[in-house]
Design a protein around this ligand. Structure first.
Ligand SMILES: Nc1ncnc2c1ncn2[C@@H]1O[C@H](COP(=O)(O)OP(=O)(O)O)[C@@H](O)[C@H]1O
Ligand SMILES: [Mg+2]
Length: 503
């Protein structure tokens, strides 16, 4: 079939007519392919909505078009950015809008008269439920958003510090032990272990599921250590391409490469000099680099790429992984010798589900943090909402809890949040909500039950028992080691050995 029928009328010759036709065709196209459109006048009042848009009205809290049309756009569409378009005259071709009706991909285009004055704007909902249709894009966006948040926070705290202490170092830790919320037995125990690790200069290995607070604890350990005034530098090994990791770690000597890197570049070991280097996701390290890292740790020296020179470093290593490092060793994917070098002070960070009694305190702290960032009041969870949170398995741990709260804050137009809202958010994130559970006080027996399911290796439990027995006996004998050894039925040498190397 020919695209142009022979009897189709020709385009009118005058330019104005063509433009009008083009505009009308575009308008009709968008109106039919988009999920909905509306128009506002220059004062931001809604003057028209198309049929597609009408199905969003119930979720926005309106039962008829008459209630919607005539109101100002902010009044009826929470979080809208339409006002900016009217004020600046600049279109926003693509944006994400989240409010109580959901998350939408939207366009906003100013309307101009013949004298080029902005006389209104058109809002287009290109997609609704992008969390299903645009999933890959959205998760990438969420990741970038998080990195951006972190970078902003870092920058803000640097500014604060540089105001306080002009010319002070710029790489510092963001958190202290006070930032680690939780008073359940499991939380108290991990804090105790981490505090002890801060007193030592040996490597620390933080083990635990994703989102449990390993990175937060790494910052806190640095801040409580004797290196607190030195830099805190981190590398996320999973986020750097394998081929770039060596340069990232050890740096590049001047002249080793042509082009941008000609001048050479400091590696993270150099940047962390006098401070702490945090190796995040160490289980993802390629084998070739494992060998080089091991050598560096053994010799206390690094070799920048292309330099042939060994440079001593003074850095304390903290490492973390969400993988089962011991089984990676068994499978031959992680070097056993490197494992033992790093496994000097292991700290197991418990999943949120073994410390459910910390959920109310976490909700409060995370809610306040979100409110500060968004310039809103902190959310208030109704009792049914809190019980729902207490019952979830939280595979993404505190990071997941934080994301759920953030969505709830963004979407709710009142401060109080109920269980139904949270259920919807969980479902949209692909999680089938579990049944609500009673909200417990910290340290309630329910935590202990959960904890018993999270059994630690026997060797670790035995070592802990031993440590406690020795400490108690030492105390009972006023620090007298001979009497302590005698009472415990061990030799003095054994006692000294245990005291020197308590793990
Ligand atoms: N105990 C805690 N108290 C308050 N916030 C926490 C706690 N643990 C984790 N968080 C927050 O949860 C998120 C994930 O923590 P993070 O340290 O990055 O986890 P991991 O490194 O184990 O994946 C961060 O926003 C962190 O600030
Ligand atoms: Mg992490």
């Amino acid at each position: 079939m020919p695209l142009l029928a022979d009897d189709a009328p020709a385009l009118p010759l005058d330019a104005q007519g063509i433009l009008e036709l083009a505009a009308r065709s575009m308008f009709q196209l968008f109106s039919s392919v988009s999920q909905g459109m509306f128009l506002v006048d220059r004062s931001g009042r809604i003057v028209w909505v198309n049929e597609g848009y009408q199905r969003f009205l119930p979720d926005l809290g309106f039962s008829s078009v008459d209630q919607f049309v005539g109101r100002t756009v902010e009044e009826v569409i929470p979080n809208t950015q339409m006002r900016r378009v009217l004020e600046t005259g600049q279109p926003v071709l693509i944006d994400l809008l989240t409010n109580k009706a959901g998350t939408f991909v939207v366009s906003r285009i100013p309307l101009r008269d013949d004298a080029d004055r902005v006389i209104g704007a058109i809002g287009i909902v290109l997609f609704d439920h992008p969390e299903t249709t645009l999933q890959p894009l959205i998760s990438k966006f969420a990741l970038l958003q998080r990195d951006l948040d972190d970078a902003r926070r870092e920058l803000a705290s640097q500014r604060r510090r540089s105001l306080a202490v002009a010319g002070d170092g710029e790489r510092r830790s963001k958190y202290t032990f006070a930032s680690f919320i939780g008073s359940s037995p499991a939380a108290a125990e991990v804090k105790r272990q981490a505090r002890r690790a801060a007193q030592s200069s040996s490597p620390v290995l933080l083990l635990g599921e994703t989102g449990t607070g390993k990175e937060l604890l790494a910052h806190a350990i640095h801040a409580a250590s004797s290196r607190a005034s030195g830099p805190f530098v981190s590398v996320n090994i999973a986020a750097v391409p394998d081929t770039l990791l060596e340069a990232e770690f050890f740096g590049v000597a001047p002249g080793a490469y042509t082009g941008a890197d000609r001048k050479g570049r400091d590696g993270k070991f150099k940047l962390a000099d006098g401070g702490t280097l945090f190796l995040d996701e160490i289980g993802d390290m390629p084998q070739s680099l494992q060998a080089k890292l091991l050598r560096a740790l053994q010799e206390g020296e690094i070799e920048p790429l292309g330099s042939n020179k060994l440079v001593p470093f003074n850095v304390r290593i903290l490492a973390a992984t969400s993988r089962d490092l011991a089984s990676l060793v068994r499978e031959g994917k992680f070097r056993e010798d490197l494992f033992y070098r790093l496994h000097v002070l292991p700290v197991r960070v418990p999943p949120l589900r073994v410390r459910r009694s910390d959920i109310p305190a976490l909700v409060e702290a995370l809610g306040e943090d979100l409110a500060l960032r968004n310039g809103t009041a902190p959310p208030e969870l109704l009792p049914d909402a809190m019980a729902l949170l207490a019952g979830q398995p939280w595979r993404g741990n505190i990071r997941e809890l934080r994301n759920v709260l953030e969505q709830a804050v963004m979407r709710s137009d009142s401060q109080s949040i109920d269980a139904a809202q949270l259920e919807r958010i969980l479902r949209e994130a692909g999680v089938e909500p579990a049944a609500p559970a009673p909200v417990q006080d910290p340290g309630h027996a329910a935590d202990a039950e959960d904890e018993s399911r999270y059994l630690r290796p026997l060797a670790e439990q035995v070592a802990e028992l031993e440590r406690k027995a020795i400490a108690a006996a030492l105390k009972a004998h006023g620090g007298n080691k001979l009497a302590t050894a005698r009472q415990l039925g061990i030799s003095r040498a054994t006692l000294y050995g245990r005291l020197e190397n308590p793990e």
